[in-house]
Write a protein that binds this ligand. Structure first.
Ligand code: DOR
Ligand code: ZN
Length: 365
């Protein structure tokens, strides 16, 4: 694809026990809202300088005013000594006014707009019924070069859940790109070999984010000795061949693949229930989790490009000037984290890699 290039790789410091990277950004994250907002933001802003914040609140972010207020609430939780910039997204609906997108993008409130097919995932009931329903919005986005961020799954219940991404690409994405060949698109949290190949080879202005969990686990993780909702997310993790394709893509050095965690915390009670929510909370150890993958793939020298350079290049933003240092030091991830309080209730959430040993940790920012 047009965004698949090998850009220059110059890692700041890469020794066997330390890596210093340009400070990374998270190009896809769920920060939620309300009482737990501050403790969730803390995990992301610990490492990431900027983050593209998903708009799937209830009600969703469908106006400039809602986005500005949400951004203010996020920023209010960030301590003065931490530099963190939330980049806001608009939630596309069938009847979102064009002006919301055009004005919101021109005013610098929105970095892009997110397309959730209706009922594809958490808080997507206000989403788009059919891509054709928003053709006027897509036409405007193409014209002003506003990035379109896509949750790429069909929601047709007759389509097997493991095939929903591949079917979306073939039946929805490719035809849409033919109608709007100049639109700038991020296919978010890709999970399949088909997505990797499409992003690499289609001639469109297309890039993709890849999460830590889709690089670490395959669908067996959801069924290891019982039903494990901690490993349930959307798009659902797939077979091993897909995980291997994603690992190859993420560590390829190609600029069309960059970091987006899709960190999506759900409180324990909503995971330990008959109908568990989709989402994996990986923000607390996200960069450490990616480092593990890049080391296993013998590609630590490409981590910086994936984490800190290709995202800004796609969005046309400057690179961060600050840096972070990771040191090789084994540490055990806590089994549970607390996310502030709601009344007298302690709100706990299980982080990705809970109870596992990771080999890199943050030394300093
Ligand atoms: O697993 C997911 N969780 N996938 C999504 O698309 C949404 C997210 C959430 O908001 O919980
Ligand atoms: Zn997401």
């Amino acid at each position: 694809g047009l965004f698949c290039r090998f850009l220059k790789l110059n890692i700041l410091n890469l020794s066997s026990d330390q890596i210093t990277l340009r400070q990374p950004d998270d190009w896809h994250v769920h920060l939620r809202d309300g009482e737990t907002l501050g403790s969730i933001v803390k995990h992301t802003s610990r490492v990431f300088r900027r983050a593209v914040v998903m708009p799937n609140l209830d009600p969703p972010i469908t106006s400039i005013e809602l986005a500005k207020n949400y951004r203010e609430r996020i920023l209010k939780t960030v301590p003065a000594d931490i530099a963190f910039t939330p980049l806001m997204t608009a939630y596309l609906t069938d009847n979102l006014p064009i002006d919301v997108l055009v004005d919101g993008f021109r005013e610098g409130v929105f970095i892009g707009a997110k397309l959730y097919p209706v009922n594809a995932t958490t808080n997507s009931s206000y989403g788009v019924s059919d891509i054709h329903a928003i053709d006027v919005l897509l036409e405007a986005m193409e014209r002003i070069d506003m990035p379109l961020l896509i949750h790429g799954e069909v929601t047709d219940l007759d389509v097997d859940i493991f095939d929903r991404e591949a079917v979306f690409i073939e039946q929805k994405l490719e035809p849409m790109l033919r109608r709007f060949p100049k639109i700038r698109v991020v296919l978010e949290h890709i999970t399949t070999l088909q997505a990797v190949q499409f992003v690499e080879t289609s001639g469109f202005r297309l890039a993709a984010t890849i999460t830590p969990h889709h690089l670490h686990i395959n669908r067996n993780a959801m069924f290891a000795g019982g039903l494990r909702s901690d490993f349930y997310c959307l798009p659902v993790v797939k077979r091993e061949i897909h995980r291997l394709a994603l690992r190859k893509a993420a560590t390829s050095g190609k600029s069309c693949f960059f970091l987006g965690t899709d960190s999506a915390p759900h409180l324990r009670a909503y995971k330990e229930t008959a109908c568990a929510c989709a989402g994996i909370f990986n923000a607390p150890y996200a960069i450490e989790s990616y480092a593990e993958i890049f080391e296993e793939e013998n590609a630590l020298d490409r981590l910086e490009a994936f984490a800190s350079e290709y995202g800004p290049a796609f969005y046309g933003l400057g690179l961060n000037k600050s840096s972070i240092t990771l040191e090789r030091k084994k540490h055990i991830v806590p089994k549970m984290l607390e996310l502030g309080t709601s009344g007298n209730l302690k709100e706990s959430v299980v982080p990705f890699h809970a109870g596992e040993t990771l080999s890199w940790r943050i030394l300093k920012n």
